[in-house]
Unconditional design. Sequence first.
Length: 334
Amino acid sequence: MHSGMRELVLTTATNITAKNILDGVVISATVGLEDIRSSKSAHDFDSDDSADGADRLVKSAHRVSDLGLGVAGNGLMEPISARGDIIPVGGSGAGVVTSFAWNGFLPADDFSIVAHRYTGILEVPRLIYSNSATAKLKNGKLWLPEFGENASLDRNFSGLVPRPHTQTLTMREVSSNNDNYTYQFRAPDEMLESGRDLEFVFYFANSELYCAQVLDDTASNWYRQVLPWAIRIRDVAAQAGNVSILNNILNPNNNDSTSIYYELRSGGVVTIHVFDLSGNIVAVLQRGFQNAGKYSVSWNGRNGAGNPVARGIYFVRLVGPNKMDQIRKVLVVK
């Protein structure tokens, strides 16, 4: 960081609208604002940088917002869900990502992201994604794709991130429904690699505006928590009988859960029960007919009444068509 950098919080007399941000409405400082003299940058990218000994600002006007943000759930553009070909029993849980802050995962297979555009906006944004942004390109966790680095340009983001990230891919929506847009990922894709995180932003090309998320819009330093959206890409290791378990140690008091992934080669009745060491059923996770396909089901360490079970060893038994009968062990801790 330059030793002369300072942070200011601007409070406006009137609300800033989505249209103001997209249109690049400019705010100006006419008097009383000067540049801060600073020494030569120590950043390893800035070997050609020189000390700043001038008091004059390069520009005294700037667009009202460099990024399209918004209150969580009502941003200019933000993802709602990501879903692959694994069908989550009950419609939610493993196999569907609804939070995009490195806390949900999908396998490196085909999946789609559904995103919501702020009502009243007409421009359709592109989705720009990567799995290779390094710390040298980031401010915290925020990176941005290519942009002009000349401070005199109207669209210059050099103050937000150290350098543009050029190793990105771009996609357009494949379908839309009102203000919801679907973006389809197809494997193989060089950015879909198990063990790496897929990070993405949205881009309104006509407005030259990137959109990112605010991790906590209620925090006093919310402007330090601007991030791309992210999905962890993790393949599920195949286990015996086409039944795989993840996170088989859980604490229900910490809202932990264990996930069971299974594949049916043909349709049939599937039952999934959780038993204790005495053979008593403590929870029923699935009971009924399912078509052929890939499925996931989660157990949160609670019984049928919704109460946390006692600590100890439990067994998840899955019985399905074609003599499918598999048992997986779960350890509940507190």
